[in-house]
Design a protein around this ligand. Structure first.
Ligand code: GLU
Length: 329
């Protein structure tokens, strides 16, 4: 069994194309990555690199390629030589001698031994032509499997610039790759078109974050692991990063009227080691003496709200916490 994923190099993958990549990968068998770049007018600079980055980010590997159609022009012209100029009314070569999509795709599917062509519904009308062309070239047609497209929430074609429509958009939004992959795995090989469900993707993102260990989340957003308990309410990686920054890069504030609480905190923090349990017991002891917990939060973060206070205390190295307290005093 051999499949191929054959994007045109037009930049970051449309979510529907990413579905095609996942569907091909999950189908089983060897997978060829083919870059359909015969239409020079559609190619964008860096388009192939963006696709390769998206596939790697999504954890979709391939076994062969990338093969670029632009490097196989000679072979397409040779194949066309045995056929009429127009095949079933369809042009095979452009006036400049380059192959059209139909010819290049069919020749490649034959030459690379593709057994199953898995692609979007928009190519269903091409199936009969591709079968006939394959037979005219003396080969046996592969199986064709067409899957539903991902449409916009309104049921219309989803523009690549729309929210959630490209892999790059989702990545920049802080959705972890595992959540995008889980969404596409879940769709599987839809027979009919589906509507993009961004709420579902966001909900999967929450699940993925919850499933990360502290070390995994810390590594993913490049923050010290001690900060992670303070980030557990975040819905995506951007929110987690912003929360971490709000603690790590907090502004100094001046709270001269809060001397009793801040000095008590100073004593407790000086005597304690780091960690969750020590931080929780500092909060307990401050409460027991009627300390102003809000003042401690403000001294440490410059804000009145945020993650639980014990998590803020655990997030900051002792020296930095004491420095902030001294600045506030
Ligand atoms: N480059 C075509 C596309 O992205 C590939 C179609 C096919 O799989 O044959 O739609």
């Amino acid at each position: 069994m051999k499949v191929r994923f054959a994007p045109s190099p037009t930049g970051s993958l449309h979510i529907g194309n990413a579905l095609g990549a996942v569907a091909n990968r999950n189908f089983g068998g060897t997978m060829l990555l083919r870059i359909d770049d015969t239409d020079a007018a559609r190619n964008v600079p860096g388009g192939e690199e963006a696709i390769v980055d998206d596939l790697r980010w999504l954890g979709i590997g391939w076994d062969e390629g990338p093969v670029r159609q632009s490097e196989r022009g000679e072979r397409y012209r040779e194949a066309a030589a045995g056929l009429p100029e127009r095949f079933e009314g369809v042009q095979l070569l452009r006036p400049d001698g380059t192959a059209t999509y139909h010819l290049a795709s069919v020749v490649d599917d034959i030459d690379f031994g593709i057994t199953h062509v898995i692609r979007g519904n928009d190519h269903r009308p091409n199936e009969a032509l591709h079968r006939a062309l394959t037979e005219a070239l003396g080969a046996r047609p592969p199986e064709y499997v067409h899957h539903g497209l991902i449409l916009g929430p309104d049921g219309k074609k989803l523009s690549k610039r729309a929210a959630g429509a490209s892999v790059a958009w989702l990545r920049e939004e802080g959705i972890p790759a595992e959540a995008v992959r889980a969404y596409l795995d879940e769709l599987g090989l839809p027979r009919h078109d589906v509507h993009l469900d961004l709420a579902r993707i966001r909900s999967l993102a929450v699940d993925v974050l919850a499933g990360f260990t502290d070390d995994e989340l810390a590594a993913r957003i490049d923050v010290p692991v001690e900060v992670v308990p303070a980030l557990r309410g975040a819905h995506d990686l951007n929110e987690a990063r912003a929360l971490a920054r709000s603690i790590l890069d907090a502004p100094d504030v001046s709270l001269p009227d809060e001397r009793p609480t801040l000095e008590r905190f100073r004593e407790l923090r000086s005597a304690a080691n780091g960690g969750k349990d020590a931080a929780k017991s500092i909060v307990r002891e401050l409460k027991a003496v009627g300390g102003n917990l809000r003042a401690v939060r403000r001294a440490l973060t410059g804000r009145d709200s945020g993650p639980e206070l014990w998590a803020v205390i655990a997030a900051l190295p002792r020296d930095e916490a004491l420095r902030r307290i001294d600045a506030a005093l």
